[in-house]
Write a protein that binds this ligand. Sequence first.
Ligand code: PHE
Length: 450
Amino acid sequence: MASSRGEFSSRFGFIMAAAGSAVGLGNIWGFPTQAASNGGAAFLLVYLILAFCLAYPALMAELIIGRHAHANAVNALRTISPGALSRRIGTGVGVVGFIVASLILSFYAIVAGWMIAFCISSLLQLVGWGGGAEWLVSFGMERNVIFMLLFMALTVGIISEGVHQGIERWSSRLMPVLLVTLVLLVVYVLTLDGATDGLKAYLLPDFSQVLSPKLIISALGSAFFSLSLGVGTMLIYGSYVSDKENLPSLGGMVTLVDISIAVLAGFLVLPAMYVALHNGVEIFNEAGNLISEDTLIFTVLPALFDTMGIAGIVVSVLFFFLMSIAALTSSISMLEVPVAYTIEEHGLSRKKAVFIIGGLIALCSVVILANFSTLFGLVIAVTTRYSQPLLGFMFCVYAGWVWHRDNLLAELRKGNPDVEQGLFWKIWPWYVRVVCPLIILGIFVQSLFG
Ligand code: PHE
């Protein structure tokens, strides 16, 4: 079965693709802004603990199931199910997963479109075309639809090329560019006046906030969103990994890259906010809280860039370029989920599947845009805050309870014959069976009633 499907050609290719999926707007926008409004380093600490102790084991569940089945989530969960009931529930989880992945892409494409628009706007400012630049950064239906479609076209173009030529090739090109751009921006921003206050806000923890349920649920959502969990993305990427590879170490690398980039982005966004404050830009509201997370990047940062003259315009181009790349390597992984399902379950050609599904998702984006004030926040909350952790919970249950332990071990042995002797096999199986589901449920229930 594996031969007719795509496969990543190397460890590097897989790590770039999976880290490309993981590193996205969630890391560069979501994580730093949430850290900024949830106690700085306190949030960082909770996030790190959740990422290593909860998200990594959940990521492994998806990768292992995917590699074993060499199939999309629906098929894979069915493959590892011993009975009729678990097969039926598995199908349901896979289907809900690809619907959630498509919905995530439908709001993600809107935001990513704004990033492209802001990037081009700064370019136009550089060449002195102020009118065009202004239109591009003003919220309007036309601009929103045009740039969402442009972003979807890029995503569709890459995914239609397949696993090796599309996902792997583009992720391996774009991820190094992303890293270099990010480092350049961090170094530059840290040299500006006011940056140290931002570092303090980021690195000095306000422990009074660490145990607040609001902080923990947003750190959990963040960690799951950031590692692309629960919707079958990592499962499908795992299904393209060759049997020769050592999965626990590959998953570890991906987690490490993802977390490092989120932490690094914090060194850009928080200092930049305080540089903005130093330059007279409003970053706190009357109540003394940071201006709301979602507007931060489109109001505070551009206002900062405006105070920096020509250097600010160049930095702005780079910053929004960085955001656009991060978004693109993630969006392709979202689109691959429904596309792989349609190809494998309904026998459509890749090109046909990509165009039909890409078109449907773009249509969803238009509906969200047309009802922006009601739908945008709602779709984000339903998909990322609730669906992702709950689906992640189901993947842990399938890896820990439904799948027979001997088969699981046989799968892990493929790329790592001594796995039984290692730490991973001693800890992970009971961990993913008991600890992960309990913690996810615990936090979830608390967020509902807390
Ligand atoms: N991990 C991506 C980010 O941080 C988002 C994502 C979610 C990607 C779900 C794929 C699936 O932005």
